[in-house]
Design a protein around this ligand. Structure first.
Ligand code: ZN
Length: 246
């Protein structure tokens, strides 16, 4: 079957549209062994660990797919090939050497794709609204990762207590509001929980104790937790109350 002609959601031009994944295909790879069987299901896992490879819709043109693909490759390379995915070093693992621009644009593209997708199941909880959808669209299209406090995200790496392996799971994003009134969405992929901050008021004050976000120097502190002590929706508010590191 041919590709449908339509308006690409990123460049807004009428083009042949490709099957666009909301989250990169490689994030689902960790669920499978060599025979493409699902490796493991943690019954105690609060997340939905059922792998779904069908999470796509006709959304982007070839050029825009390639643009996002380059950001995704940077994430995949640093996370898995270079081994920057957090290690089990309680209570904090500081990741260094990330490429601010590419890594952040990849992260922002997940948030944006989840928000603008209409048909792909599992992402309807993410509704950023026209203002943020459009702002993110321009940032991603122009390759502009923004400032550190533009849509920052907090990272919590989650491990199984029994075999000390990282929990590779993908969950339906959860919208949350912190008690300070910040609008956030929590995603789970790449062995980590990611809390994106969408509202921007007083973020500087919120993060005054510690930079719990990706810096332009390529540093990202990850909170490290065992699955049985990780309460997804509370992780970030607890972290923010921590004392600053040296
Ligand atoms: Zn396009």
């Amino acid at each position: 079957m041919g590709q449908p002609l339509g308006i690409c959601k990123l460049c807004l031009e009428e083009k042949y549209l490709h099957r666009s994944h909301i989250l990169s295909e490689f994030l689902y790879d960790a669920f499978y062994d060599d025979q493409h069987r699902m490796v493991k299901v943690e019954l105690s896992n609060p997340y939905d660990t059922r792998p779904r490879t069908g999470l796509w819709e006709y959304m982007l043109c070839k050029a825009c797919e390639d643009l996002l693909g380059a950001y995704e490759t940077s994430f995949k390379t640093s996370w898995y090939t270079e081994g920057k995915q957090p290690k089990l070093t309680l209570p904090i693992h500081v990741i260094n050497g990330l490429k601010y621009r590419e890594f952040k644009l990849c992260m922002l593209s997940f948030l944006w794709r989840a928000s603008v997708s209409i048909e792909a199941p599992g992402f309807s909880t993410v509704q950023l609204g026209v203002h943020h959808d459009e702002r993110l669209r321009k940032m991603i299209l122009n390759g502009d990762p923004g400032e550190e406090l533009d849509y920052p995200f907090l990272c919590t790496a989650v491990f199984n207590r029994d075999d000390k392996t990282i929990v590779e799971a993908i969950s339906e994003p959860v919208p949350l509001k912190s008690k300070e009134g910040h609008r956030t969405y929590e995603f789970q992929f790449g062995g980590c929980s990611w809390v994106y901050f969408v509202s921007q008021h007083s973020l500087r004050k919120l993060f005054q104790l510690e930079k719990w976000y990706l810096t332009k120097e390529g540093t990202l502190p990850a909170i490290v937790k065992y699955l049985d002590e990780h309460q997804p929706s509370l992780a970030f508010s607890k972290a923010l109350k921590r004392r600053p590191m040296r």
